[in-house]
Design a protein around this ligand. Structure first.
Ligand code: HEC
Ligand code: HEC
Length: 319
């Protein structure tokens, strides 16, 4: 056994004895004391360099002038400096050009996740699939009220959407309502219902839903012949839509379906460009001082809306 170099017999004794064990008075080890003095020194250095002592309104500032918020701002500036060239390039591209450029597409999709989460997910659900029965359209299927091309999706976001269907409670007899509910169910199941179709045409439903009941994009009227329901395929729910309509302010039980507008300015610009192209004019020649009066509200920038349009388009349902 190694000899105890502290030789307990030569060490001071505290005079305490516990259950026969003597408490000695050894000095602390050197390494331990040095570590203690060093940590004390670090505290003093830290105290001088960094904000430390809380005063009434703020703390002492420290010689380095470091603050958490500055550190955050510097990091943010670094991220923005990295993004700037992409955002500048993106600003000059159309949504179709972004779709065709894999690098820009990846960038747009990557930076849209947070945008979508912050602005859209509350209604459309994370990833574009809302909770069942929440009353919001699913953006991941290939059924579109207002069209599923990337241009149409961009317009939906910029302009906002609000389908209108009048309440039919006062316009239809109960047995006619039953017949139209049956027609909707039959159409969705691919069953021919001649009498139902005749009533559908006689009551003017075709004017909005189309003579084939497949819906008209310009109105956002739902396709009644597929298995995807805007609201619900439940017979009571179909009846409710027919009786009370959609966004019909005169009916208290009407369904509310409002997609907010995200940039009035962009929607005016997209519209003007589409008209110019339809008229065989060069959209780059448009005089924007004529088209825009400067009061158009913008809740999201044009670049952010482009990013979101391609993001939604690649959910799986884009056309
Ligand atoms: C307050 C709820 C709400 C928010 C927030 C919202 N939407 Fe919508 N959105 C709707 C509703 C409701 C409709 C359907 C309108 C209708 O039925 O006429 C819709 C429709 C759409 C459509 C058209 C779908 C189709 O079938 O043609 C797209 C695309 C869309 N939203 C994308 C977005 C994006 C992107 C955002 C975020 C910037 C967003 N929405 C934010 C409620 C919302
Ligand atoms: C003025 C236009 C208009 C007329 C007329 C109209 N609809 Fe609609 N209808 C719509 C629109 C727009 C929607 C989709 C609303 C939305 O999502 O914002 C809709 C939705 C529906 C739905 C819900 C479909 C689903 O997928 O959940 C049913 C069912 C329906 N309509 C049946 C009818 C029938 C039957 C008639 C005739 C009695 C009729 N509609 C007349 C515009 C119209």
């Amino acid at each position: 056994m190694a000899e105890n170099k502290n030789k307990p017999t030569q060490v001071g004794d505290t005079g305490h004895v516990w259950d026969g064990i003597r408490e000695l008075d050894n000095p602390c080890p050197r390494w331990w004391l040095n570590a203690l003095y060093l940590s004390g020194l670090i505290v003093v250095v830290y105290f001088v360099l960094y904000p430390s002592l809380p005063l009434v309104h703020e703390s002492t500032k420290g010689l380095l002038g470091w603050t958490q918020i500055n550190e955050y701002k510097e990091d943010l500036a670094k991220v923005e400096a990295k993004r700037a060239p992409f955002d500048d390039k993106l600003a000059a591209m159309s949504v179709n050009e972004i779709l065709a450029d894999q690098d820009m597409l990846n960038y747009a999709i990557g930076s849209s996740k947070v945008l979508f989460g912050d602005n859209c997910a509350a209604c459309h659900g994370t990833g574009g699939a809302p909770a069942a029965g929440a009353g919001y359209p699913n953006l991941t299927d290939d059924d579109w009220l207002y069209g599923g091309t990337v241009d149409e999706i961009e317009m939906s976001i910029a302009k906002g959407r609000q389908g209108n269907m009048p309440a039919h409670e006062k316009l239809l007899k109960p047995e006619e309502v039953d017949q139209l509910v049956k027609f909707a169910v039959d159409s969705s199941n691919g069953v021919t219902n001649e009498a139902g179709l005749a009533l559908f045409n006689a009551k003017g439903c075709f004017a909005c839903h189309g003579a084939d009941a497949k819906g008209i994009k310009a109105m956002g009227s739902a396709n009644l012949t597929d298995k995807i329901w805007r609201f619900s395929g439940d017979e009571d729910q179909i009846r409710h839509t027919i009786l009370h309509g959609v966004n019909d302010a005169s009916d208290k039980l009407t369904r509310v379906a409002v997609m907010p507008q995200w940039s009035q300015k962009l929607s005016v610009m997209l519209q003007a460009r589409a008209y110019a192209i339809a008229d065989g004019e060069d959209p780059d020649e448009i005089d924007w001082t004529d088209e825009l009066d400067g009061t158009e509200a913008e809740r999201l920038s044009e670049t952010d809306i482009k990013k979101l349009a391609v993001y939604v388009h690649q959910f799986g349902g884009g056309q």
